[in-house]
Write a protein that binds this ligand. Structure first.
Ligand code: SF4
Ligand code: SF4
Length: 490
């Protein structure tokens, strides 16, 4: 019985067959100058990605270069520590990065996707080469030249698993640090079951991504490709097929009498399609799936050379240039983005330059604003919160400046604080009643760690409004009753 469903005219996605089943892509390898350059750059990135978590150990630095410690809510980026209290700094950094990506895309299109994205780097320069090692290079149409033995497929996935485990460990080193990672690796999984499950889950995610999901991450999952149409303009660098030169495409044949010579340079060899890692045909124009990897350029260049035609039928160019328009490097977006970046970077630099190795905050305790003591002195109950931003333990001495304060009491002084930790302690500050003018007295506390950190913090203390009165007399009008000091901290 004939199906009542209409046959689709074409594929909806380059990774789906017309009937909706998965279209497995095995892109043909096309050697060329772009592939060589991308390969060198990819190996450099892989080495950099692997070594970055160890840089501080290799060079004896105090902090890792990059640490995204989500559990302890601490981020270290190129020597700067961002704590939960540094929301503005973190927001400025992220917005600067985002604007930088916008600018890079406006200028160079999806150069990030094709040249530097970890998905492309590991897929094209680690996992696919492993696949080719076991199953050989693909022939026309991306099909294997001969049947692949079962053991080769098993071996391929075995190597994938090893590489995925290495990748998962490297990836996690950025989140937990190499010291924790070393502990996880060298001890039994039963001693750290949660860490083991995390490691296994990340390895599984890598296997799923690079072994099964593959190019669909770029086509379906990654939002960056979808933003492409908004971020690119007609002057952005993209990989383009020169339609004017290439069409009408087809095999060259001798024109019969009276027939004009076939003009197009494209001989429809399909090599540019077979080599595309996202399975598209660049001759259909700019598509969301194009990651700008230039594999199709490398595929077409030797074909043109063989035919004795100029290279560049497929090339890095702009839509405007392809349509014969003049180059317009200066466009609103390539001026506005750098201006925004400059403002953000200036703000970031200023904020970072005033950041010290510790944050100190003085807070007033709830309850009585002050207590009038038996000896006639006044005490204020405060809290001090110190955050040690350094990667080593520190002890902070808290001392009053000047001689107005009679006594200062803390649980311990200096206060010992672990690396990257915060500590809040009560502070009792005692001073003579005569130090207060109209119920207030500003004092300065000096906090230092003996290792370069020093900060003076002004603190407003509360006390009786007026001078001491005889017990029998009335309290001056508008004052806080001196014997109780009742009321909430202001
Ligand atoms: S590789 Fe070049 S000649 Fe071959 S189909 Fe693609 S564009 Fe045409
Ligand atoms: S069309 Fe060309 S540049 Fe775009 S993804 Fe395919 S091979 Fe890479």
């Amino acid at each position: 019985m004939p199906s009542s469903l209409l046959e689709p005219e074409d594929r909806v996605l380059s990774t789906l067959e017309k009937d909706g089943s998965r279209r497995w892509l095995s892109p043909r390898l096309s050697g060329g100058s772009f592939l060589t350059a991308r390969r060198m750059f990819a190996y450099f990135l892989i080495v950099a990605f692997t070594l970055t978590p160890y840089i501080h150990l290799l060079f004896g630095l105090e902090k890792p270069l990059v640490l995204l410690d989500i559990l302890h809510r601490k981020f270290i980026l190129f020597g700067f520590t961002f704590l939960p209290t540094d929301t503005i700094l973190l927001a400025l950094t992220l917005v600067t990065l985002l604007v930088g990506i916008f600018l890079m895309t406006a200028l160079f299109g999806r150069v990030w996707c094709g040249w530097a994205c970890p998905q492309t780097v590991y897929m094209e320069f680690v996992y696919r080469p492993i696949e080719r090692l076991f199953e050989g290079t693909k022939g026309k149409g991306g099909k294997s030249r001969k049947p692949v033995a079962g053991w080769k497929r098993v071996a391929r996935y075995g190597v994938y698993l090893l590489v995925s485990m290495y990748l998962a460990h490297t990836f996690l080193a950025y989140f937990v640090g190499v010291e924790s990672l070393a502990k996880w690796i060298t001890s039994s999984p039963f001693e750290h079951p949660v860490a083991f499950v995390i490691m296994a889950a990340v390895t599984g995610a890598m296997m799923f991504d690079f072994g099964f999901f593959r190019e669909q991450t770029c086509i379906i999952a990654c939002p960056y490709g979808r933003l492409q149409s908004a971020l690119l303009d007609r002057q952005s660098l993209i990989v383009s097929y020169d339609k004017t030169r290439g069409e009408p495409r087809g095999k060259k044949r001798k024109p019969s009498e009276g027939e004009a010579e076939q003009a197009g340079d494209c001989v429809d060899c399909h090599l540019c399609v077979d080599t595309c890692p996202t399975g598209i045909d660049i001759r259909d124009g700019l598509q969301m799936e194009c990651i700008g990897c230039a594999q199709c350029v490398d595929a077409c260049t030797p074909v043109m050379a063989k035919l004795g035609r100029d290279a560049g039928l497929i090339r890095y160019s702009t839509q405007a240039a392809m349509d014969g328009e003049s180059a317009g490097l200066l466009r609103p977006r390539v001026v506005i983005y750098p201006v925004i970046m400059l403002v953000l970077l200036t703000a970031l630099t200023v904020l970072l330059s005033v950041k010290k190795s510790a944050d100190v905050v003085m807070l007033r305790n709830l309850g009585n604003p002050f207590t009038l003591m038996e000896d006639g002195q006044v005490s204020n109950s405060m809290r001090i919160k110190i955050t040690n931003r350094r990667e080593m333990a520190a002890a902070y001495q808290v001392e009053p400046v000047g001689d107005v304060v009679t006594r200062i009491e803390l649980a311990e002084n200096p206060l010992a604080i672990d690396p990257g930790a915060s500590r809040t302690e009560g502070v009792l500050i005692v001073l003579p009643r005569s130090a207060f003018t109209k119920g207030v007295c500003d004092i300065v506390l000096h906090i230092s760690d003996g290792a370069g950190f020093e900060q003076a913090i002004t603190c407003r203390l509360l006390g009786p409004y007026g001078p001491a009165k005889d017990k029998a007399s009335n309290t001056p009008a508008g004052s806080i009753p001196e014997t109780t000091g009742q009321g909430d901290a202001s």
